[in-house]
Design a protein. Structure first.
Ligand code: NAD
Length: 354
């Protein structure tokens, strides 16, 4: 059984990937995670006791700790998801984004390279480093057009710039040292176990509570939504069949304006938690000041991963939202536990309160 080292495995997407890999039973998994406000062992509770599961509370900026984990676990591959991931938080405090996303990725690459060079030829040839990036590194689009894997980088938020920096380091380690890396650019994810400061879980929580639903600006910004399990499956397919040195776009093919997305959430909550006092939760929607520098639209051409690896998204957006609402209604204790002491629903990412 080969071992996969997953960084950020206690976060939203990472924990979906770890749960999937352990459930499939073909790999051992070592999760490396610092457990920031966004990382929670509760998200891994269903696999914690599995003999194929191991957890290491380690910061990816800590080279010595990473070296120990590589030596003890002897991984076949690394899937790198650990990151500071919230655009609004990057506006409030960019430093941790530069530290984890740029310096941490550089540290992880250096330790991966050191380990890779110690492997026998056959093992070294087989090794993979899959780096999880975002569509946001390409910048913003107008009403039409899509980014493909060859699109130029033009990041515009501190988060996107820090992820772009990480991507460039990953490519440089492949070109310069030959480390077998692959980059994945994913669109906006949603699904169970997402920290409730992100749009979808935040709106679901507010809708459940019957509180006002704050939509940034005119609500016409467009994102392409991807169900988290579809993303996890794409990462596994890239790990097992992706071309070294290449990159793959992954998106759900579900472009929605933020306003449409919140309306769909309202429908899903109305259906599962009828409130006689609020017949239609869309009445709770209200416009609030826009995010500074808010990118208008992201969209990805996913034909490469479909053609080369046969990946297609399986979860329809309305079904996925319905499942996500159902999950949140059943996991209010998880939501309360992860928010406790970290986040009480306040607005993030406004410069000087503007
Ligand atoms: P998340 O914020 O839910 O989880 C991040 C995880 O990384 C947490 O468990 C956190 O504890 C851990 N972490 C943070 N700093 C660390 C450090 N210095 N050392 C070790 N662990 C650390 O993020 P997510 O939404 O699951 O995103 C995972 C990855 O996917 C990120 O790289 C993100 O940029 C990328 N991505 C996310 C989306 C999305 O919509 N969520 C879309 C495209 C790409």
């Amino acid at each position: 059984m080969k071992t996969v080292l997953v960084t950020g495995g206690a976060g939203f997407i990472g924990s979906a990937l770890v749960r999937m890999l352990i459930a499939e039973g073909r790999h051992r998994v070592v999760t490396v995670d610092k457990l920031t406000y966004a990382g929670h062992l509760e998200s891994l509770s269903e696999v914690m006791e599995a003999p194929t599961n191991r957890f290491e509370r380690v910061d990816i900026c800590d080279a010595a700790a990473l070296r120990r984990v590589f030596a003890e676990c002897d991984p076949w591959a690394v899937i790198h998801l650990a990151a500071e991931s919230h655009v609004d938080r990057s506006i409030d405090a960019p430093a941790p984004f530069i530290e984890t996303n740029v310096v941490g990725t550089g540290t992880l690459l250096a330790e991966s390279l050191r380990y890779w060079r110690s492997l026998a030829l056959e093992r070294a040839r087989d090794f993979r480093f899959v780096h999880v990036s975002t569509d946001e590194v390409f910048g913003t689009l107008g009403a039409t057009g899509v980014f493909d894997e060859e699109s130029a980088y033009a990041p515009r938020s501190p988060y996107a710039a820090s992820k772009a920096g990480a991507d460039h380091l990953v490519r440089a380690w492949q070109h310069t040292y030959g480390l077998p890396t692959i980059v994945v650019h994913a669109s906006n994810n949603y699904g169970p176990f997402q920290f409730p400061d992100k749009l979808v879980p935040h709106m679901i929580q507010l809708a459940i509570a019957g509180r006002s639903l704050p939509v940034y600006g005119d609500g016409r910004h467009v994102r392409d939504w991807l169900y988290v399990d579809d993303h996890a499956r794409a990462l596994q397919m890239v790990l097992e069949g992706g071309i070294v040195g290449g990159s793959y776009n992954v998106a759900g093919g579900n472009e929605r304006t933020n306003r449409e997305m919140v309306e769909s959430i309202c429908h899903a909550v109305d259906a599962q938690l009828p409130d006689p006092g609020i017949i239609d939760r869309r009445a709770l929607m209200t416009s609030v000041p826009d995010r500074p520098g808010h990118d208008f639209r992201y969209a990805l051409d996913t034909s490469r991963i479909r053609r080369e690896l046969g990946w297609v998204p399986r979860v329809d957006l309305d079904d996925g939202l319905h499942q996500t609402v159902a999950w949140q209604l059943q996991h209010q204790a998880w939501v309360a536990a992860v928010q406790s002491g970290h986040y009480d629903g306040e607005r993030l990412g406004l410069i000087d309160g503007r």
